[in-house]
Design a protein. Structure first.
Length: 95
């Protein structure tokens, strides 16, 4: 992400966060759609903290996930929409 500076916000003692509504029955509620990042890949790729959906659109290759240390609860959506044989997809739950 060269040329772009990202700032992280940490909310302490958060009971719930509601966007677009005044009430929430969860830790996070968004009234409306939520946009996640999307990348399409055709060769070996190392996922980053900015990834959510990684679409394998061609060939057979490896998507490497980052170390789970310090990223409890992170979710990656890895999709095989291409013609390659990517059989080694596993659901990973970092707890």
């Amino acid at each position: 992400m060269s040329g772009t500076e990202y700032k992280k916000i940490t909310l302490l003692d958060l009971i719930s966060l509601a966007i677009g509504t005044k009430s929430s029955n969860s830790i996070f509620t968004a009234l409306g759609s939520v946009c996640h990042s999307y990348v399409a890949k055709i060769a070996d790729y190392i996922a980053t903290e900015f990834d959510y959906t990684i679409d394998c659109i061609a060939n057979s290759f490896t998507v490497t996930l980052p170390s789970p240390t310090g990223v409890k609860g992170r979710i990656y959506n890895i999709k095989n929409s291409g013609t390659g044989i990517n059989k080694n997809f596993k659901y990973i739950n970092i707890i």
